[in-house]
Design a protein around this ligand. Structure first.
Ligand SMILES: Nc1nc2c(ncn2[C@@H]2O[C@H](COP(=O)(O)OP(=O)(O)O)[C@@H](O)[C@H]2O)c(=O)[nH]1
Ligand SMILES: [Mg+2]
Length: 159
């Protein structure tokens, strides 16, 4: 099976929006309770983060289907959605992305602190899908370049 970019984050943090951008799809946003396998992505429902007993399902899905993880922090939310060191359970690269915010915003330090506590190493990316195509392109280039290092994935032939 082709390995994909697995996008993890709380409900409403922008996972589906990001997956659509990565896949070059601009249809409507839909809400589901299932993992959605897109062309290059796996869109994981936020409910997987709500219960620690769901983590094992998340981890096994990642082992089977993901070449890398994208972990989202929603700058508009004040909740801490990840347990300490959560990112370290994955045996593939984990990229931290802060949505709905820019590095200059006052929410930035709080979000970066959350990524740090979750165990996500730099580089971290900021996207604001509403008005920042540059940030999105930078992130996509980075994710596809990670994929290029990896092997048989179809993503690897994109450029
Ligand atoms: N301002 C802003 N809104 C966003 C961003 N990404 C997603 N949204 C909005 O946040 C809401 C939830 O997005 P969605 O992709 O469905 O989140 P999901 O529940 O994580 O899949 C939608 O109304 C999106 O338009 C972003 O980067 N900036
Ligand atoms: Mg969604």
């Amino acid at each position: 099976m082709r390995k994909r970019i697995m996008v993890i984050g709380p409900t409403g943090s922008g996972k589906t929006t990001l997956c659509h951008k990565i896949n070059g799809y601009d249809g409507p946003l839909r809400k589901t309770q299932d993992m959605i396998f897109g062309k290059y992505t796996i869109d994981v429902p936020g409910s997987y983060l709500d219960n620690p007993w769901m983590y094992k399902h998340l981890i096994s899905a990642a082992l089977n289907g993901a070449s890398q993880i994208v972990l989202l922090v929603d700058a508009k939310s004040r909740r801490e959605d990840y347990s300490h060191g959560f990112a370290k359970v994955f045996n593939c690269p984990v990229t931290g992305v802060i949505t709905k915010c820019s590095p200059e915003s006052e929410c930035a330090p709080r979000c970066e602190e959350q990524l740090k506590k979750t165990g996500v190493k730099k580089p971290w990316f900021y996207i604001n899908s509403q008005d920042d195509e540059v940030g999105m392109e930078k992130l996509k280039d980075y994710l596809f370049s990670l994929a290029l290092d990896g092997g048989e994935n179809e993503i690897y032939n994109r450029k």
